[in-house]
Design a protein around this ligand. Structure first.
Ligand code: RET
Length: 249
């Protein structure tokens, strides 16, 4: 079952099966959203296209991880109760970050366009998000405790993104009111809650090597299903009542 380079600590067939399951959920959601889009006039498809791209990219990334590809062994210490018990390599799925580099700005674009935020604010928020993902990747590939420095930079960028959603975007959505306000609030609250769990998952997986790669698969997998397909469906249901012209789109 091992296709890619082999680490001492790697996913088993359980992890692989779960990754294939999430891959299917992403694929089915993508097809569903595309069919949904075809039923709309071309002027009303922007959010369908953005969300379908998000789930399509995730589908490919999950197929990659299910095949045990897109990962590389990284030297890690197995620390239990403060004592170093063993040293060896852990597989780090760098493909996760390639997925996130493409999909997290698109998720934010969904939210910021829904709130009617001006484009300079959108630009600065998306760049902060990319900084967060790249620092997470470099930290994950770092073999020493310097990795936590990268995590800290990522957290700083993340807090900036949260601030933009919580303060700036919320103010714009509230001003527009009605279904714009309610859709933004529903999807925004879901996003902020879920996104806070990612640096925790990183801390116990790529960071601290506390949980097994199979558990890492479950942790990130559940988060990704909620942050992508569930988020997308809630957003598109909300947009049934929003006229894109009201957002200048
Ligand atoms: C990292 C580590 C560095 C600090 C922070 C992180 C946050 C990552 C997030 C990822 C979100 C991913 C999503 C994927 C879609 O399915 C990079 C783990 C803050 C918030 C929503």
């Amino acid at each position: 079952s091992v296709v890619g380079p082999h680490a001492n600590l790697a996913i088993t067939t359980h992890g692989s099966d779960w990754y294939f399951t999430v891959c299917s959920i992403m694929g089915v959601t993508t097809i569903g959203i595309m069919i949904w889009a075809l039923k709309k006039p071309q002027t009303h498809r922007l959010f369908h296209y953005i969300t379908a791209l998000i789930t399509a990219v995730a589908c490919i990334a999950y197929w990659c991880m299910a095949c045990d590809l897109g990962q590389t062994p990284i030297q890690a210490e197995f620390v239990r109760r403060g004592i170093t018990r063993a040293a060896g390599t852990r597989e780090i799925f760098y493909v996760r970050y390639i997925d996130w580099f493409v999909t997290t700005p698109l998720l934010l674009l969904d939210l910021l366009l829904t709130a009617g935020v001006p484009w300079p604010t959108i630009l600065v928020t998306l760049v902060a998000d990319e900084i967060m993902i790249v620092t997470g990747l470099v930290g994950a590939l770092t073999q020493t405790r310097y990795k936590w420095g990268f995590w800290t930079f990522g957290m700083a960028a993340f807090f900036f993104v949260v601030y933009e959603l919580l303060v700036d975007a919320r103010r714009h959505a509230n001003a527009l009111g009605g279904p714009i306000k309610s859709t933004f609030m529903r999807c925004g609250v879901l996003t902020i809650f879920l996104w806070f769990l990612y640096p925790i998952a990183w801390g116990v997986s790529e960071g601290g090597n506390v949980i097994h790669p199979d558990s890492e698969a479950v942790f990130y997998g559940i988060l990704d299903v909620l942050a992508k397909p569930v988020f997308s469906i809630l957003l598109l249901l909300g947009h049934r009542n929003i006229d894109p012209a009201m957002l200048g789109l």
